[in-house]
Structures are given as C-alpha cells and as structure tokens.
Design a protein around this ligand. Sequence first.
Ligand SMILES: [Zn+2]
Ligand SMILES: [Zn+2]
Length: 117
Amino acid sequence: MTDDASADDDRAVPTVSCERCGREWDLDREIDGLDPGGHAVEQFAIDHERHTGHYPDDVTPWIARCERCPDGERFLAERPARRWARTHARHANHPVRLEAPRGDDDLVAPDGDRDGS
Ligand SMILES: [Zn+2]
Ligand SMILES: [Zn+2]
C-alpha cells in the first residue's frame, strides 16, 4: 500500500514565529549551513533579540540577574546561565538570581557550591 502524501515529507523543519513581529521563519531556508535543530533556533533567537530586543515565540531565555548590581545576562540554555551566575557570584561576591524559563528560580550564592558540580 502506498499513499502519495507520504509521511517522509514530514521532517522536522524548525520554524520560529514571533507574535510581536507578526512573522514566521522557516529556519531550514533562513539559515544556511547550520545544523537544523536546536542550534539554528538558538542562533536565530539570539540574532532576533539583538535586532529587535525581544525573543521569538517559544523561546524563553534563562535570565541571570545580580541581586546587588545591575549586571545580568540572558542565555538560551541552563549551563551557560549557571556558569555566568557562578562566575559573577564568585568574582563580585554578589548573589545572582537565576530565573528559569519554567519559573523555578534559583539563587546562586557567592560562597556556595551547594548543588555540587
Ligand atoms: Zn520579533
Ligand atoms: Zn553583581
């Protein structure tokens, strides 16, 4: 049995939409030479934020925000966000709040490696 509308065509092409811009991008075409998947989406999101000041839909950054000074950074993955928080906490001796995309905040204390490494 063959169906002409084969499911082979249904490969995962990462698409990103942005409600604020009212646009949608097909990353397979927009970004050449990058692996489709996470990296393209991340790269696109970073680029988009750089140009417009906001992230596309479905992209929620990790936000590392110092409790004591205006320093802070946004990241698209936990690991670099956590690393930034630890580094800043250690160097500046400031506690850094880590806001997770799903809402469970964490506080990185200057002297604490409390969740190991
Ligand atoms: Zn946008
Ligand atoms: Zn600080």
